[in-house]
Design a protein around this ligand. Structure first.
Ligand code: SER
Length: 582
């Protein structure tokens, strides 16, 4: 059995319900491009909303972190990874959480306790020393020399605001050396494998910390790292998660891994992430903005490294690698199977586009470098590589750094802005990370989205269905199926209807029910297969009923005045409305 199955079975035996992995593109959190942690989709529940599955949950969650994208190529960094998690929503707390982590590590994974060490929260002005966790670890036989007390590393929050709390981290001694008696968390032979966060606080945007309605537990364990540890390898890419992918890249390129580690790791990592983004039901395509830009960068960087390994770019190398990845994961993530062809098409189309200019671009780059007087590549040259040869600025930087050349990135960005009608960070704040998406304004927009969906159905017809939604503090964007451009009359009817419902001061109600019952009752939902068996249904008066995780306002009168700002095509058969509330 592999780690994921062992983990889920163990926590099920402790009364946990398995919840499905959320999509990599968050549905109701516009403040981040991707899901970056297992707890992220659970934020509304950590804040107090009842979860349809109860108070003990576990899962494996797809996560994408792109802030370390340039570090990929070493032994441990990945842009995509899976996180194992178990949660208590106001149920058990520190004692059981630590007990079960210890039992899983030592009894199920058979890790000797001598190889383990832990950190606990040392205490500060606001929150006292975590003596409960400290004593628990002692009682389990962890020597006091192996329990370090720290402050910064033992307080966990995703981003700037949201649910948070002190944590206890578990480390494994990953080295052949003799295990030191005293644990030093700064000694990198000790690697963190599991983090148990005791989420009992909420931090707001002013930095105030208040108590959450319930004390929760949120734990996270990285699949890639723990698998490598269990298999006794010091390079994650040599574990069973990656070795077949690396072998295939070796076979395709005819090169040895030992001599080409960096490029092979980048190709393996970036293609795996590109597969998961492309297969996500959000329908992301390579583009110059937001998630699409990340997807483009990943694919283009993988292609550049394939070029370095002399892989024949025109062959179907990328599809062979993607197919292997899909086969490895499709038993766990159904969308990979459902959207398999979409993935191959996205990779191929982007490859064809980039490959037309890649070789010429690299030649151009080499020419530019020869002519440089100082070691700086100016903004005009960087922009030319972007505009004419499709080089994302990060690729130009990477090529330049290999030759010890600096790029005027700031200058490039200015030029880029001048040349783009829309800047790629159109929705401000998206690159900042953090979890600001459940603020007051976003909540109003969220309810307005349900009203808009209902109004469109009344005005255009029952075949209108939601195809996507995105909310920022400045506006909402709503994609829906519709075969024509809306007339001015239709737009104004929709707007009037939404405002009428706002004025009617309708109550917004939330109930939990079985998925079949929800569907039978006519509740609207986007991807039925993605929902658990028990779901949360929000209804607004008797005009809207949707499966949804929230959050929503309590009464429509809180929303304000609704205005449609724009109606345009999104893709074939899909229209897009941008609207604001004042
Ligand atoms: N949220 C914590 C983390 O990401 C534990 O799951 O490490």
């Amino acid at each position: 059995m592999n780690l994921k199955d062992l983990y889920i079975d163990f926590f099920k035996s402790k009364g946990h319900k398995q919840i499905p992995s959320a999509p990599v593109v968050p549905e109701n959190d516009p403040s981040v491009l991707f899901n970056t942690a297992g707890m992220q989709p659970l934020i509304p529940y950590l804040m107090g909303q009842p979860h349809p599955y109860g108070t003990r949950l576990c899962d494996y969650q797809k996560c994408i972190r792109t802030n370390d994208l340039d570090s990929v190529g070493d032994t441990t960094h990945h842009t995509f990874f899976e996180m194992l998690g178990n949660w208590s929503l106001g149920d058990y707390f520190k004692d059981e959480s630590i007990d079960w982590s210890f039992e899983f590590l030592t009894n199920v994974l058979n890790i000797p306790k001598e190889r383990l060490a832990v950190t606990v929260f040392a205490g500060n002005d606001l929150i006292p020393f975590d003596s409960v966790s400290y004593n628990k670890w002692l009682s389990l036989g962890i020597n006091k020399d192996r329990i370090a007390k720290t402050i910064e590393d033992n307080f966990w929050i995703a981003g700037e605001t949201g649910p948070c709390g002190s944590d206890t981290e578990i480390f494994y001694f990953r080295s052949e050396d003799e295990i030191p008696k005293v644990f030093d968390p700064k000694d990198d032979r000790w690697v963190e494998i599991w983090n148990n966060v005791f989420m009992e606080f909420l931090k707001d945007d002013k930095g105030n910390i208040t108590e959450l309605p319930k004390k929760n537990v949120d734990t996270g364990m990285g699949v890639e790292r723990t698998t490598a540890i269990l298999e006794g390898v010091n390079d994650n890419y040599l574990s069973s998660i990656w070795n077949d992918v690396i072998n295939l890249i070796s076979e395709i390129s005819g090169m040895k891994y030992e001599d080409n580690k960096q490029s092979m790791r980048i190709i393996a990592d970036h293609l795996r992430t590109a597969v998961f983004i492309s297969a996500d039901n959000a329908g992301i395509k390579p583009s110059n903005t937001d998630q699409g830009y990340i997807l483009r960068r990943l694919i283009r960087r993988a292609i550049r490294h394939a070029f370095r390994l002399n892989i024949n770019i025109n062959s179907n190398w990328e599809e062979r690698i993607a197919r292997l990845i899909i086969n490895k994961y499709k038993g766990y993530y159904k969308e990979l199977e459902d959207n398999e062809q979409i993935v191959y098409d996205i990779l191929k189309n982007e490859k064809v586009k980039f490959n037309k200019t890649l070789e010429k671009g690299i030649k151009e780059f080499d020419k530019i470098v020869l002519k440089l007087k100082d070691n700086i590549l100016n903004k005009d040259l960087a922009f030319k590589l972007y505009d004419t040869y499709g080089f994302p600025i990060e690729l130009t930087q990477e090529l330049a750094s290999e030759k010890n050349i600096k790029v005027d990135v700031e200058g490039f960005k200015e030029k880029f802005k001048e040349h783009q009608e829309k800047s790629r960070t159109s929705s401000q704040g998206k690159f900042k990370g953090g979890l600001a998406g459940n603020g007051e304004i976003e909540t109003k927009y969220h309810t307005a989205t349900h009203l808009l969906n209902a109004a469109l159905k009344q005005v255009i017809g029952p075949d209108v269905h939601q195809k996507g939604s995105n909310i920022t503090v400045d506006r909402m964007r709503f994609d829906f199926s519709c075969d024509h451009k809306l007339t001015d009359e239709e737009k104004s009817k929709v707007e009037t209807l939404v405002n009428q419902w706002i004025n009617d001061a309708l109550d917004v109600k939330c109930v939990q029910m079985k998925k079949e019952d929800a569907i039978k009752s006519g509740a609207e939902c986007m991807f039925i297969e993605k929902y658990p068996d028990v779901v949360t249904v929000y209804s607004i008066g008797n005009i809207s009923k949707e499966l949804c995780g929230g959050p929503h306002v309590k009464n429509t009168k809180e929303i304000g005045i609704f205005k449609i700002k724009k109606e345009e095509a999104s893709s074939a058969g899909v229209r897009r409305i941008k609207a604001t509330i004042e």
